[in-house]
Design a protein around this ligand. Sequence first.
Ligand code: SF4
Length: 312
Amino acid sequence: MSRTALRICPLCEATCGLTLTIEGTRVTHARGDRDDVFSEGFICPKGASFGAVDSDPDRLRTPLVRKDGELREATWEEAFDAVAAGIRPVVERYGPNSVGVVLGNPNVHTMAGALYPAVLLAGLGTRSVFTASTVDQMPKHVSSGLLYGDANAIPVPDLDHTDHLLLIGANPLESNGSLCTAPDFPGKLKALKARGGTLVVIDPRRTRTARLADRHIAVRPGTDALLLAAMAQVLYSEGLVEPTPHVQGVEELADALREFTPEAVAPACDVDAGLIRTLARDSPPPPPRPYTAASAAAPSRTAPWPAGSSTS
Ligand code: SF4
């Protein structure tokens, strides 16, 4: 006898709604909950795998402690004793920062996971703390902190009223738009294209999102900073930026960028200089226009590239 349960996926900040099929005490199937207001049916491969994970014969069900070179099942008491016996000599010999702690996303989805890491970290006294954020999004926190004074003040695009979307190293068809999660992000990208908008993806990989894009720029891995510097250089040299009085250091930035012309970075990035100029020229915000239902349906830009074209 199976039953259906509506749950929230605890694996990342997208918090997608799940429709789970449960037989006895086992999750046998997972799919996206179309009525969930935050995800509208989207789930990624991790969320779709709950059934397989729940019944995986290799899933850990007890702690494992290494004895005589072999991992063996242990009780929680034995496991905590082993942790205490292992960590104390390391801290005493090398100092607290020699203990690295990695915190995963699910910590923020449980009460204990949210409360106790701070206590553990204070007890250890270590500054060697790593998280899912330090792996994949710390530059965004740093830039937001420097720009807006708050590392968590992360601007997000208004996808329903955007007519030119430039995605850099993002693959929302798989992630639902990490850091700018939106209900059914893939559906919003398709709607953007359907109303005549332009989707451009900069990514070394030909991802699912890149395949959907009007233009995919397969920049050489590790050269995205050069590409962005050249785009910014074009914005300055062609007078396409209008700094507000609140922004400091504008002239210094223009000076720092002077050498980073599209022609200078093109060989390193493996992106044509003319294409870099086009990317930059299409990136400044369009002039403000009053929002109306008609303006939302009629983008002010026209797609400069044939649909589906790619440099990859
Ligand atoms: S994007 Fe994937 S991992 Fe994150 S909440 Fe949704 S289903 Fe879970």
